[in-house]
Design a protein around this ligand. Structure first.
Ligand SMILES: [Zn+2]
Length: 184
């Protein structure tokens, strides 16, 4: 488990089995979990939480959602494409704001990586974006452009990305410049 600050921590991604980073945000009443991973460690850590659990799934890929069927929770937020795989939870079509000692804004974001992706901003400081910006060489340029516009509008200091053992917290403009270069 690694700490980001005194109320956000995470289990780093693993490669075998492929499992995304799992982020934990401590609220007053609930623990908010961004992606549930697909390995035993993530399942064990999530299962032992005493507080009510609110889960947010970034997108439908197995390494982000694999554990969901083995977990109980109070609320589950996901995008429409993820809902097609999981079959339960509340679909976020635009955005949802939660105030629980922390403020969490869950938003839909266009992404060439996966249809129906969600991102979550915590206290206008950290925005968790999952795999949103990983693309195949033949990525959809129009979607990439829409994603850039959406990310630009977000009131945040940092973006937090999955599957990066180092430098997974990137200052907002830094990430945007990197993406603009990459998508040229
Ligand atoms: Zn993915």
């Amino acid at each position: 488990m690694k700490l980001i600050n005194d109320y956000i921590k995470y289990i780093p991604a693993s490669n075998d089995p492929l499992s995304a980073d799992v982020f934990f945000i401590e609220g007053d009443k609930c623990t908010y979990i961004f992606d549930v991973g697909n390995n035993e460690q993530s399942l064990a850590e999530i299962s032992k939480i005493d507080k009510d659990k609110v889960i947010i799934l970034s997108h439908f890929h197995r390494d982000h959602i694999g554990n969901i069927e083995k977990l109980s929770y109070k609320e589950l937020y996901l995008g429409s494409t993820t809902y097609e795989k999981v079959g339960q939870g509340s679909v976020v079509r635009d955005s949802v704001t939660i105030n629980d000692g922390v403020r969490i804004d869950i938003m839909h974001c266009p992404s060439p990586h996966a249809k129906g992706s969600l991102i979550a901003t915590v206290n206008n400081e950290y925005t968790f974006i999952g795999d949103l910006y990983y693309t195949k060489p033949d990525f959809d340029k129009n979607l990439a452009h829409m994603m850039l516009l959406a990310l630009e509008k977000i009131d945040t200091k940092y973006f937090v990305i999955s599957h990066e053992p180092k430098d997974n917290i990137i200052e907002k403009q830094g990430l945007l410049y990197k993406l603009i270069e990459y998508f040229k």
